[in-house]
Design a protein around this ligand. Structure first.
Ligand code: FMN
Ligand code: 173
Length: 348
């Protein structure tokens, strides 16, 4: 498996086709799923030369945590559909790679078990209409040692994924559950509720609830990025949920520059969606992202070969990023700037 595309192919061969469709699919025509990767195809790099790049460092500091590279694991639901050890297997790989894993609220392993791997862990939250329940979840994540909360705001309701509708896939099979939604160790898990009534006031409420930094995931509009910072966000994740919510939403890479301008350095700006190559990481960082997240590639690694598969995905990206930086004349992440991206000639 020489590329993330090879890992995808291996995963597709191993997964139940219905579960493959759940992981791979997106909303509607999957236009936004396609747009995310197509955007990276459109931008071209303008490398610098003769800059002495024999010693390179990929490490970054993000919200007080040291990461070995600016690539982290975006939250994805239901890892036990891909591997019997589920999110614990994923976490072991992220720990070995010394990067952050964002645990989905819809994880099929407990946050305590995942944290026990030693991974740098953040917890992703869909704010629930039952605020007391939401607060208990936040306390549980804090107690387990999570270093940040990630509030996903692109889901006032659940996107309609046509593949899942056709396949009749709407729940976990018997024996698997969202393990962090049980109120008692053996009690039934509470269902996740999508709350269309959420407003910025609710974001401010979460930010006031916890000393942890709160990242807002699912921002595309620069005005929303500004509002998120004003309401207490400690970071922004430019994301369209991997094209699984609003089909037709803009590609995240196309949204990045305006969000970075609106945030004006006040908090870190992350991006996920369509990152598949080291050069994609370079492009996003050059345009102002502090780090990028990967969603599906992690699931493909997990399905292909468990912890070793996820490690392989992370190390492939690390190797590609290192080579791409050298070829761009950058010896460290901070050396990547917008001058390296040929924006004028990108045919939007
Ligand atoms: C199978 C799957 C499940 C996901 N589950 C969640 C989730 O539980 N919470 C969340 O905030 N985002 C979720 N996402 C969105 C990802 O965090 C991320 O935004 C997206 O996958 C990035 O795009 P990529 O898959 O092209 O890398 C999910 C995405 C996929 C593909
Ligand atoms: O599939 C998703 O994109 C997702 O966010 C999710 C969240 C909770 C349960 C299942 C899926």
């Amino acid at each position: 498996m020489l590329t993330l595309s090879d890992v995808h192919d291996a995963a597709e061969r191993r997964l139940d086709p219905v579960h493959y469709d759940f992981f791979a699919g997106g909303a509607g025509e999957e236009r936004t799923v396609a747009a995310n990767t197509e955007a990276f195809d459109r931008y071209r790099l303008v490398p610098r030369v003769l800059r002495g790049v024999g010693r390179r460092g990929l490490d970054v500091e993000l919200l007080g945590q040291a990461l070995s590279m600016p690539v982290l694991v975006s939250p994805t639901a239901f890892h036990r559909l891909a591997h019997p050890d589920g999110e614990v297997a994923t976490a072991r790989a992220a720990a070995a790679a010394r990067t952050v894993m964002i645990l989905s609220m819809a994880a099929t392993r407990t946050v305590e078990d995942v944290a026990a791997t030693g991974v740098r862990l953040w917890f992703q939250l869909f704010v629930q209409p039952d605020r007391a329940f939401t607060e208990r979840l936040v306390r549980r994540a804090e107690k387990a040692g999570c270093g940040a909360l990630v509030v996903t705001v692109d889901a006032p309701l659940f996107g309609r994924r046509d593949r899942d509708v056709r396949n009749g896939f709407d729940d976990l099979p018997a024996g698997l559950a969202c393990e962090n939604l049980r109120e008692a160790p053996t009690g039934p898990p509470r269902p996740i509720t999508w709350d269309p009534e959420l407003t910025w006031a609710d974001l401010a409420w979460v930010c006031g609830l916890t000393p942890l930094p709160v990242l807002v995931k699912g921002i595309l509009h620069p005005d929303d990025a500004h509002l998120a910072v004003e309401h207490g966000a400690g970071g922004i994740i430019v994301s369209n949920h991997g094209g699984r919510q609003l089909d037709g939403a803009t590609a995240t890479l196309d949204a990045l520059t305006d969000v970075v301008d609106a945030v004006a350095g006040r908090v870190p700006v992350l991006l996920d969606g369509g990152v598949r190559r080291g050069t994609d990481v370079v492009t996003a960082l050059a345009l102002g992202a502090t780090a990028v997240g990967i969603g599906r590639p992690v699931v493909w690694g997990l399905a292909a070969d468990g912890t070793a598969g996820v490690r392989h995905v992370l190390e492939l990206l690390r190797g590609e990023l290192d080579r791409a930086m050298a070829l761009c004349g950058a010896d460290r992440v901070a050396a990547l700037g917008p001058d390296l991206v040929d924006i004028g000639r990108c045919h939007r």
